[in-house]
Design a protein around this ligand. Structure first.
Ligand code: ATP
Ligand code: MG
Length: 252
């Protein structure tokens, strides 16, 4: 569904992605892990057309059509089937929950907005309870749910999620990850950027690890979770102690 082939991306004077290649197949949850500043957000911004690759290709195949993402403006990429739920849950705080959801359907003219709003409220029941309240008065987790629901209002084939669990209480994090799985199960492919590597690897099919703008590791999530490099750097597992030598034996 999505292919990045050896893309180079620059922001101002600095190169932030180097020869990044990744693919996302329809029906998958793919997670992109990496430390602060590794280039995760820059990767998503390139897919949604807010950053342009200087080299390499970014292609999308959705609904039987193939698009060269580097040639499309962000609204055209939304129309092609990609929705980007940005870092920092950017909802419009002075507008109601319902108004925020309607904004998510701004490119659509199919008259099914009402049905989709109902569907979103089924997926996120709290939004039904709070539909006429101001988005700015929701808790952090509820705002994240609203941001996700708003992104889904464009009926994307591919949903880009940037750190949805950031700053949320553990119980809310569980709910967010549960909803991400349900979103995938209802037919939307997900590219998930996360700092909560343990949870992300639990729900993802495959994963990529980005370091300083380069892909360092990739593979099935179930394999990466056992990789000592991933365990040490992202899962907080201490390296295994060295085998005790003969000299240590005498002390015990
Ligand atoms: N607006 C910007 N202009 C120039 N450089 C930027 C800008 N935003 C980020 N960068 C730089 O681009 C690099 C990649 O940043 P990016 O935000 O993609 O990383 P990230 O993996 O999403 O990090 P984080 O975990 O902090 O969200 C970093 O070196 C960062 O300093
Ligand atoms: Mg980021």
């Amino acid at each position: 569904m999505l292919w990045l082939d050896a893309i180079d991306v620059w922001r101002g004077p600095s190169q932030v992605l180097r020869q990044v290649s990744l693919r996302v197949e329809a029906g998958e949850i793919v997670t992109l892990l990496g430390a602060n500043g590794a280039g995760k957000t820059s990767t998503l911004l390139t897919v949604s057309g807010h950053l342009r690759p200087r080299a390499g290709r970014a292609r999308l195949a959705a609904a039987g059509r193939e698009a060269d993402l580097a040639r499309l403006a962000p609204p055209q990429i939304v129309a092609a089937g990609v929705a980007h739920c940005p870092e920092g849950r950017q909802v419009f705080g002075g507008m109601t929950v319902l108004e925020n959801l309607r904004l998510g359907a701004f490119l659509r003219r199919d008259g099914e907005e009402r049905a989709d709003i109902d569907r979103m409220m089924g997926l996120f029941p709290i939004l039904r309870e709070r539909s006429s309240g101001l988005a700015g008065q929701l808790s952090g987790g509820e705002q994240m749910m609203l941001a996700m629901a708003r992104a889904l209002m464009s009926r994307p084939r591919l949903l880009l999620l940037d750190e949805p669990s950031l700053g949320l209480a553990p119980q809310m994090v569980e709910r967010i990850f549960d909803v991400i799985t349900r979103i995938r199960d209802t037919g939307t492919t997900v590219l998930l950027v996360e700092q909560n590597a343990a949870m992300a690897l639990e729900i993802a099919d495959r994963a990529y690890v980005l370091e300083s703008g380069e892909i360092q590791l990739s593979g099935p999530a179930a394999t990466l979770v056992d990789d000592p490099r991933v365990q040490e750097a992202y899962l907080g597992v201490l390296p295994a102690p060295a085998e005790p030598g003969p000299a240590d034996g005498r002390l015990s």
